[in-house]
Design a protein. Structure first.
Length: 170
């Protein structure tokens, strides 16, 4: 069974459950087979971070065949939009989940071996990319993939979560 360890303070129980369900649902949507998902550990941290989110292979995992990951989502950075407007609770929650979906695309890429971590850094399909600017960052093929999928994954999860709420009476 997929193990999701959630490390977060001051997050209500329903949102905690949604985050855990989102991990399973998103990895399934990304085509990670059940047998493989059942052997994964995702350590999800909601905390301050240098970026809105980051996914990495856990320091204890085999980096050539990773099955344990650390995903960080800085939910504090998501309280305001790019114009400084404070987001409402639902909008904030959707942005947290969208960021989680983005990072789970990277987890999926690590699992498939398309994204690898080596001593030289991150490689996409065996190729290293020199990133000097934010413009370079947004041209990275693995970031293009993650940004391209994040909203669709969010919408898929929200539909699934609505069904869960109706079925379970949440």
């Amino acid at each position: 069974m997929l193990k999701v360890n959630l490390h977060a303070k001051n997050i209500d129980s329903k949102f905690r459950m949604a985050l855990r369900v989102c991990v399973e649902h998103t990895l399934k949507e990304l085509g990670v087979r059940k047998r493989l998902r059942d052997g994964l550990v995702v350590n999800l941290h909601l905390r301050h971070h240098a970026a809105e989110g980051e996914a990495m292979i856990s320091e204890w995992a085999n980096r050539y065949r990773p099955r344990e990951f650390k995903v960080i989502v800085d939910h504090h950075r998501l309280t305001h939009d790019e114009y400084g407007r404070e987001k409402g609770e639902t909008e904030w929650a959707h942005d947290v989940i969208k960021t989680l979906c983005h990072e789970l695309v990277h987890v999926s890429d690590y699992i498939s071996g398309e994204l690898t971590y080596r001593d030289s850094g991150l490689l996409w399909k065996g190729e290293w990319f020199d990133v000097k600017t934010m413009s370079d960052y947004f041209k990275l093929p693995y970031e293009i993939r993650a940004y391209g999928l994040e909203k669709g994954l969010l919408l898929s999860f929200l539909d699934f979560w609505k069904e869960c709420e109706e079925t379970l009476g949440l």
